[in-house]
Design a protein around this ligand. Structure first.
Ligand SMILES: Cc1cc2nc3c(=O)[nH]c(=O)nc-3n(C[C@H](O)[C@H](O)[C@H](O)COP(=O)(O)O)c2cc1C
Length: 165
């Protein structure tokens, strides 16, 4: 039997980026969560994945959503990450928000966005794994340092070298 405390610590050794995933709930209200479980899957067809905790307040909204948008955060967006990592009914207050495919809220402050339609849902234990087909995307003009998450803390790289074009 794996000790859950050790498992959590070991999982934390794997450094990730940080995203905010948004959608609309059944009443058409915007919802969003901070998520480090995002990963890229396939170029052809264009697929990405992330997982939502079954215990999350917004679980039902994401489990039922036909579309969602993944926003990839930059190093200076810890505040935004913290805001969407707390259960709150007004996460979107005072934020400039656009409308994406399927009416999904898009955060103006974030420059890398994958707009997705939900392609597959898989059981992932205490999480639900959502695979999205990318239907539209936004890329930043400049190479910005990413926000990272490692061992339960935010981290940033010293420099971003080389831009793939
Ligand atoms: C860096 C970071 C990464 C996170 N990654 C995930 C994740 O991948 N999936 C998830 O369900 N919760 C994740 N969380 C926790 C949620 O953001 C948090 O539980 C949030 O309150 C969920 O929103 P809700 O309560 O409105 O549903 C993460 C939190 C942080 C700070």
């Amino acid at each position: 039997m794996i000790d859950p405390v050790h498992l959590r610590r070991a999982f934390g050794q794997f450094a990730t980026g940080v995203t905010i995933v948004t959608t609309l709930d059944a009443e058409g209200k915007p919802v969003g969560v901070t998520a480090s479980s995002f990963n890229t899957v396939s170029l052809q067809p264009p697929l990405v994945l992330w997982s939502i905790a079954r215990s999350a307040y917004s679980f039902a909204a994401f489990a039922e959503a036909g579309h969602f948008a993944v926003h990839v955060l930059d190093a200076d967006q810890r505040g935004l990450s913290d805001r969407f990592a707390r259960a709150s009914s007004d996460k979107f207050a005072d934020l400039r928000v656009g409308e994406g495919v399927g009416g999904v809220p898009l955060l103006d402050a974030v420059s890398t966005v994958f707009e997705c339609e939900t392609a597959h849902r898989y059981d992932g234990g205490d999480h639900l794994i959502l695979v999205g087909r990318v239907v539209r995307l936004q890329l930043p003009e400049d190479a910005l340092a990413p926000l990272l998450f490692h061992r339960g803390r935010y981290a940033v790289v010293d420099a971003v070298e080389g831009v793939v074009s």
